[in-house]
Design a binder for this molecule. Structure first.
Ligand SMILES: [Zn+2]
Length: 364
């Protein structure tokens, strides 16, 4: 079977970010055999691939990644062996997401749609030389599609139960409050940084950031660490630090939250240092014709009506959303990034059928 043998060939490449180990070559060759024009795009040490094939209908792009996280130990089969046991395919990336790539290529082989693929080797890493750079290249060469489908594992319990139409943004902040060290019995001679940090943090968590929206949960601020490291009982320390993470919906931006954190901090600790890293902004693809076509394809093949949600962590869809509407649909995610990551071969075939039904919908 073409689908299974392609999935196995991809799984047999040890493509732990940033390594490729031949994965793009395997994929490129199978796409060229189907009439795709394949462009290999190397940025820094990362292999990426763009492929396209003209056809009828709107331009549909499939986006994904061939890199995987380190497999860890304790696997029952070689994590890079592509072993099938009892109709289940095992391997690092079986679910996230070499299996989905193979499913899409098999769907392309059975259809005539106007298709492209954006495949990166830098999704599980820092994502600097991957999807972001390929999108810039696509923009320069007039290859931005009408709709992009990301094949990340989205399903919760059964294939078809969840489609992602957006993602929350994520912001990490590191706060450093400096004071003046002194004897705990003579506080008037010292400046206790903890007494500045604690009320600043309390103010940040006193109010919810928002109440959520029709498509997003309320944004959440979690203080992830407060560190002083003071071994003495009679010393006011010179410094206190804290870290926090905010998962935010599309009523906020990273810049707006950064300003708000700085203001909250300035009220209690004007000398504090604030370092912020925004790893992704929130985005939403408003449900419309394209997301409806996806939901229809899913229901037709699986019999399941998908829930459209915006939960979970970030994905490369956050970059794609700057260029075109994007949604995500892939396998059941339960085993991703885990020992014995695996997918039933039947589920892989069903996913390919869903992708085929979606392509056919776009072809008209
Ligand atoms: Zn992934």
């Amino acid at each position: 079977m073409f689908l299974l043998s392609l999935a196995q060939a991809l799984l047999r490449c040890r493509s732990v970010t940033p390594a490729d180990d031949g994965a793009m070559g395997v994929l490129g060759a199978s796409l060229e055999a189907l009439g795709f024009t394949v462009t290999r795009l190397r940025f820094g040490e990362i292999e990426n691939l763009f492929a396209e094939r003209a056809g009828p209908g709107a331009k549909l792009c499939f986006a994904g990644h061939t890199d995987v996280v380190p497999p860890g130990t304790g696997w029952r089969h070689d994590p890079f062996g592509g072993v099938v046991e009892g109709d289940v395919l095992y391997g690092c990336g079986a679910v996230d997401m070499k299996g989905a790539i193979a499913a899409f290529v098999a769907a392309a082989a059975a259809t005539t749609g106007n298709l492209s693929l954006l495949i990166t080797g830098d999704e599980e890493g820092d994502a600097q030389d991957g999807t972001v750079r390929v999108l810039e290249w696509m923009q320069q060469n007039g290859k931005i599609p009408d709709f992009c489908l990301v094949g990340e594992p989205t399903c919760r319990a059964v294939l078809g139960d969840v489609v992602k139409i957006g993602r929350r943004g994520s912001l990490n902040a590191h706060i450093t409050v400096t004071g003046r060290q002194g004897h705990a019995a003579y506080p008037h001679l010292a400046d206790n940084p903890i007494h500045r940090l604690v009320p600043a943090l309390a103010a940040m968590i006193a109010q919810p950031l928002d109440a959520g929206t029709a498509w997003f949960e309320p944004s959440s601020l979690q203080i992830t660490s407060v560190d002083v490291g003071n071994p003495a009982t009679n010393v006011i320390p010179a410094m206190a630090t804290a870290r926090l993470n905010i998962r935010f919906n599309d009523t906020h931006t990273g810049a707006g939250l950064t300003d708000w954190l700085a203001e909250s901090l300035a009220r209690f600790a004007p000398q504090a240092a604030l370092d912020v890293y925004v790893s992704g902004e929130a985005f939403l693809t408003e449900p419309g014709a394209h997301t409806e076509a996806l939901a229809r394809a899913i229901t037709r093949i699986t019999g399941v009506t998908p829930e459209q949600n915006t939960g979970g962590g970030t994905s490369d869809a956050r970059f794609i959303s700057r260029y075109c509407p994007v949604a995500e649909f892939g396998l059941v995610g339960a085993s991703m990034h885990r020992t014995d990551e695996c997918v039933p071969v039947r589920e892989l075939q069903q996913l390919s059928e869903v992708y085929k039904a979606l392509i056919e919908d776009f072809c008209v």
